[in-house]
Ligand binder design. Structure first.
Ligand code: PMP
Length: 474
């Protein structure tokens, strides 16, 4: 096989240095086809990353990313951190470090976990990673053989989709409702799998202000989940980027703290409390697992950036990191409220959405006949973006849902962006009415927008069919 990589022809296209990743044509793929490993066949792109290029256009109001608002970070703090490192530890910052991470960063990690009410892990049980994302990747790499089952919430973190696909994981979903993962359904699923002779490698959950649905796992369900893990000797992966971004209510104990770290692996990150750009996260896991993750990390990147680690350490020493988290919480609460108010004002009555008590996302479900991937194409023409719900499922569901991020846009942008999405939804509703004769016009606006009530229109997720709901009520 000869490889002509086509560079001479393609240079100048939207590839290197351009804003869009270069798309391979089917001819390109054929040219390289014989070289690819089997596992690449199932590889999938994450719904958000696909859209990064489009949503970075300044005219687009994007609710698609999962970004914290780094523009609120004080530049003078950043400068002081960088200067401190230059003066005190320049040579070290430019050097490789140990694979498991710097001891002083593990102290910062212990501080963050304590702030969340979790027991402080032994530094030996911590692996510092290149973002929480790498932790997810290393855990899947260490535990999953092709075809192995992992249980994940439905919907689940869209960024976990490429990871699970890359390791040819058979993801079995368990639905969430407004109290998080349905543990009754989890137990049914485990029974069914056992009857089939299949044992999941781990149960993946985001218990606080879940990405993408915004819902939080209730305390009774947390307790039961930990019991189930013990009774069945199953590992749980608790992915916890958002617990410190709580807008209201009491914080709940982590699964890690309820379990004492026996069956629960904990995944943390500095991305949402400091910066995603520094790419720093961590895993706490039982030592035999951590050893395998360490080997996997050696093959992946040798060690996490020493510079990033020293930045986190300097930040924790020099600045009041909790104050910045508190300021972010204030900001995001206002933006969440602005988005909820705009949804009330501009979305039709058939739409349902969650009312998260923290985090970065609202999950909205539209009538079944609206496909949010198609809707996104129309929304982009109006210069507004969201993540279509399909990207949060591995079984093809979620087609009439969308994930809306409220943390990076200001209140005016939020109102305007939701107005634009509402407009394209109205067009779809009207078109459906015309085609089916069921509804001549878009539904009338609700009269009273303003303050949404606590818990108002918090919906079971995903939409269950009407018969099932009737049966449950009777
Ligand atoms: N898990 C979840 C649930 C997330 O939402 C994110 C980031 N959006 C990550 C993991 C990865 O975060 P990072 O790699 O920036 O730590």
């Amino acid at each position: 096989m000869t490889i002509d990589d086509g560079r001479s022809r393609d240079r100048g296209g939207p590839g290197e240095g351009g804003s869009m990743p270069r798309r391979s044509t089917s001819r390109d793929i054929e040219r390289y086809g014989a070289l690819f490993a089997q596992r690449t066949r199932g590889m999938k792109s994450s719904a958000m990353r696909d859209m990064m290029a489009i949503t970075q256009r300044p005219e687009v109001i994007s609710f698609a990313g999962g970004l914290p608002d780094t523009s609120a970070f004080p530049a003078q703090t950043f400068a002081a951190i960088a200067q401190g490192i230059a003066a005190e530890s320049c040579a070290r910052a430019l050097q490789y470090g140990p694979t498991d991470g710097l001891a002083e960063v593990k102290e910062c990690i212990r501080e963050v976990m304590a702030a969340d009410g979790s027991p402080m892990p032994d530094p030996e049980d911590v692996l510092v990673t290149t973002g929480g994302q790498q932790g997810l990747d290393l855990i899947t790499k260490a535990l999953v053989d092709p075809g192995d089952v992992v249980i994940a919430e439905a919907p689940t973190y869209p960024g976990a989709v490429p990871t699970f696909c890359a390791y040819q994981t058979d993801v079995v979903h368990v639905d969430v409702d407004s109290d998080g993962m349905r543990i009754d359904l989890l137990e049914e699923t485990l029974e069914r799998l056992e009857a089939e002779g299949r044992r999941p490698k781990f149960i993946y959950t985001i218990p606080n202000f879940q990405n993408p649905s915004g819902v939080t796992l209730s305390l009774p369900r947390r307790k039961r989940l930990v019991e189930v893990a013990r009774e069945r000797e199953l590992l749980v992966l608790e992915d916890n980027p958002y617990s410190l971004l709580r807008f209201e209510g009491e914080s709940l104990p982590s699964l890690y703290s309820l379990d004492g770290g026996r069956y629960v692996m904990y995944l943390g990150t500095f991305s949402k409390i400091f910066s995603p750009g520094i790419r720093l996260g961590w895993v706490v896991a039982p030592p035999p697992i951590l050893e395998k993750l360490n080997l996997g990390k050696q093959g992946a990147d040798l060690c996490t950036s020493t510079l990033s680690q020293l930045m986190v350490h300097a930040y924790f020493r020099q600045a009041r990191w909790r104050d910045y988290v508190a300021a972010s919480v204030e900001l995001y609460r206002e933006r969440r409220d602005a988005m909820l108010a705009a949804l009330e004002e501009f979305f039709p009555p058939e739409a349902e959405w969650t009312r998260p008590a923290g985090g970065l996302f609202i999950w909205c479900t539209l009538p079944d006949y609206i496909d949010t991937t198609d809707l996104l194409a129309r929304a982009l023409r109006e210069n507004v973006a969201f993540v279509p719900g399909e990207g949060a499922y591995l079984d093809g569901r979620g087609r009439s849902s969308m994930r809306l991020n409220f943390s990076v846009s200001n209140e005016d942008e939020i109102r305007e962006g939701i107005r634009r999405i509402g407009k394209v939804i109205d067009e779809q509703v009207a078109l459906y009415g015309t085609l089916t004769g069921r509804r001549a016009e878009a539904a009338p606006r609700r009269e009273e927008p303003a303050e949404p009530e606590q818990g108002a229109r918090v919906v079971p997720l995903p939409r269950r069919d009407a018969a099932e709901q009737r049966a449950e009520r009777s």
